[in-house]
Design a protein around this ligand. Sequence first.
Ligand code: PLP
Length: 382
Amino acid sequence: MKDKQYLLIPGPTPVPPTVFAAMSRPMFGHRSDDFAKMHKGIVEKMQKVFQTKNEVFVLTSSGTGAMEAAVSNVIKPGDKVLTLNGGKFGERWTKMAAKYGAVVDEYKYRWGSAADLKVIEEKLNSEPDYVAVFATHNETSTAVTNDIAGMGALVAKHKALLIVDTVSSLGAIEFKTDEWNVDIAATGSQKALMLPPGLGAITVSEKAWKVVEENKTPKFYFDLNACKKNIAKWNTPYTPNVTLFVGLDAALDMIMEEGLENVYARHTLLANGVRAAAKALGLELLADEGCRSDAVTAVLSPEGISAEDIRKVLKNDYQITFAGGQDDLKGKIFRIAHMGFADKMDMIIAIGALEMALAKVGYPVQLGQGVKALQEVFLGRN
Ligand SMILES: *Cc1c(COP(=O)(O)O)cnc(C)c1O
């Protein structure tokens, strides 16, 4: 039964049948009225998800392309920037900004913790020349969600732009672009937006446009000025992935139909369930209390057992894929995604299989304890 696969990694995530069905639509031209009408609808719906009045540009690239669009349109060689690195994706901002010639001040915070607002405030006060602060809303590698509202309140008092990676949070965890003073937010399609990989999206505030318009750093494909010019007629500068746009339109309709509040509540419920299950099984979480992600949970492997062995049993015996840890965390954690097209019964399957895998690798598990904890959360008894 190799066809029966359960994908519980934080991207790519499962794609709803409705979205795949929509994407079987015959090809049509990206300069057509049909496309323009669909593009307009997509942007309006994306503005709702981003909670912004700013332009939203959908890019044919993965999430990293949207991140690079932010960097290449803002950074000039020699610009001072602050990057917040508490995991793989924060580190990506650091590397990218450095590539574009920025003088990078990197604030490293412990993997599993959230960035400390006091440190950010001190840095902003001691360095008035920062052009941008680069943050990660949901650090997927550590399953930590950062306080972007808090950061926005600090950065807004300075000339620096706040640029945020929302790749694994948008559509899972509430994000308020305008209210939180976020100047640029970048996201990707294959996480909570329930699409295959291949699209990115980016929002640009008025404050950011002033910087972008004056920036002459070489760039072509990701030139936001070209995007802006084209979107006036609901066009894109180059051929977009028309099929993924169709899919995005359908996925956004699903999100709107469920209602954003309900979407976030579903993610919170699943996260609460998985955390309760881990606790009931005697397992510890990587992320500190208070900053744990509602989109993905990172569980520490029990003493003396490699997370990779647990993942192997899950994959080989039950066709279940959890993500592992990256860099220093490899073998130490496994990550269970509960983002996008994820529901209660997916978690029952995941935790039920986890219990069996733990038993097989020699962990003294009491079968049913994790599933029971989940069921109690789902029944509202806990
Ligand atoms: C997945 C992810 C990315 C990278 O996105 P790609 O689509 O792989 O380019 C960036 N940031 C975060 C937080 C992610 O989870």
